[in-house]
Design a protein around this ligand. Structure first.
Ligand SMILES: *Cc1c(COP(=O)(O)O)cnc(C)c1O
Length: 378
């Protein structure tokens, strides 16, 4: 079985070399914009490419005040602060995610609460959040409190795993009832849609990543998106050292961050964003090829769920047998085809071992079944 998969993947990538999970592709204006950027001398923290990058993202994500930042983790960290997360608050998130989601909570000196994911989307389960809050939630004048810890639950951060959108309507309903703002970790889901609208635009704030392995890269980078102009302005203010507007004086009244995306990264990012539609199309075609192939082999290949459009950032198969699972990883990686097990659950990591969690039934099953396979644009 592994052999056939390896041959199939080598064939679709027409490659004899090592095949990565997600290599960047630079077939557009990357070199042109980088040269332009260098010639202008504006390679650092301000410049026209940053403005252009932010404007393009407004359009792509159906928001109106994007702030480009150094990476996706910084976007998440500031996103949480924007909705009011403070020291000793709590933030609900999913157990099955990349560590940056949980770290962004910790950087705000807040505590994560790790809840289960839905089996179909692999992202935060509205039912799990609802069940948790029915048991532990208490509405007070200034928000929702956790009856067990006595702390305020200041935000909820769903993550659209591998580009598959979570059930947003259901989650928004639960969070609205409990007066908990949503910060979407959309780092993996640029170009994904839920009921025809882009992920990242549903929460109070959304965060994207432009790391080298994401669907679009700026070398490194992130973005905070929102439809709330005041929050958007504050995102820009906080990530540019919180400097009060003044012609020549340095006036700072609160602790900001130097999280600006450099213009040279934005130049690369602009050229990449122009290609997003073609990347999305190419990945959909690849997903289709995989779907047909794995169906014939009797292996489950994950496809988008009802009412959603996935960007197919990282594609994955689901193996129900533990021996198959480890063998598959071993054989593919030994044969120059990179495959990867899904992340360890956040609730098992030593730094988060004491955090409150639910049963995480689905997350535990998925943890032993899901494998990512090469998904880059061909
Ligand atoms: C990539 C990623 C991030 C962080 O992005 P960086 O740009 O690498 O900091 C955050 N959350 C998730 C789920 C990611 O996949």
């Amino acid at each position: 079985m592994e052999k056939e998969v390896i041959n199939f993947i080598k064939n679709i990538y027409k490659s004899k070399k090592y095949i990565c999970l997600h290599e960047p592709v630079f077939n557009g204006n990357e070199k042109k914009y980088l040269e332009e950027c260098i010639d202008s001398t504006y390679v650092s923290s301000v410049g026209p490419f940053v403005d252009k990058f932010e404007k393009s993202l407004n359009d792509i994500t159906n928001t109106n005040r994007t702030t480009a930042v150094v990476n996706g983790t910084a976007a998440l960290q500031v996103g949480l602060r924007l909705v009011g997360v403070k020291k000793d608050d709590e933030v609900i998130t999913q157990a099955l995610t990349f560590v940056a989601t949980a770290n962004a909570i910790a950087y705000n000196n807040a505590q994560p609460i790790f809840l289960d994911v839905d089996f179909d989307t692999m992202g935060l389960s509205a039912k799990a959040v609802g069940d948790f809050l029915d048991e532990f939630g208490e509405l007070r004048e200034d928000g929702c409190y956790n009856k067990k810890s006595g702390r305020r639950i200041a935000a909820c951060m769903p993550m659209h795993t591998f580009g598959f959108p979570v059930h947003l309507d259901e989650l928004i309903k639960v969070c609205n009832f409990w007066k908990i703002p949503i910060v979407e970790d959309a780092a993996e889901s640029l170009g994904s849609e839920y009921k025809g609208l882009p992920t990242g635009s549903f929460g109070e704030v959304g965060a994207f990543s432009f790391n080298g392995n994401k669907i679009v890269t700026a070398g490194a980078g992130g973005a905070i998106v929102t439809k709330n102009k005041l929050l958007g302005d504050r995102a820009k203010f906080l990530t540019t050292t919180a400097k009060e507007p003044n012609k020549y004086e340095f006036i700072h009244n609160e602790i900001g961050y130097n999280f600006r995306m450099p213009n040279i990264n934005a130049a690369l990012g602009c050229a990449q964003l122009e290609q997003l539609p073609s990347f999305l199309e190419d990945k959909r075609n690849l997903a289709k090829d995989y779907e047909i192939f794995f169906q014939e082999k009797g292996i489950k290949f994950r496809t988008e769920t009802e009412d959603t459009k996935a960007n197919y950032w990282l594609m994955c198969i689901e193996l129900e047998n533990k021996i198959d699972y480890n063998n598959f990883l071993k054989h593919t990686n030994n044969s120059s085809v990179m495959t990867r097990p899904v992340w360890e659950l956040m609730s098992k990591l030593p730094m988060y071992i004491d955090c409150q969690r639910d049963s995480q039934k689905n997350a535990k099953i998925l943890k032993n079944r899901i494998i990512n396979i090469p998904s880059g644009v061909r």
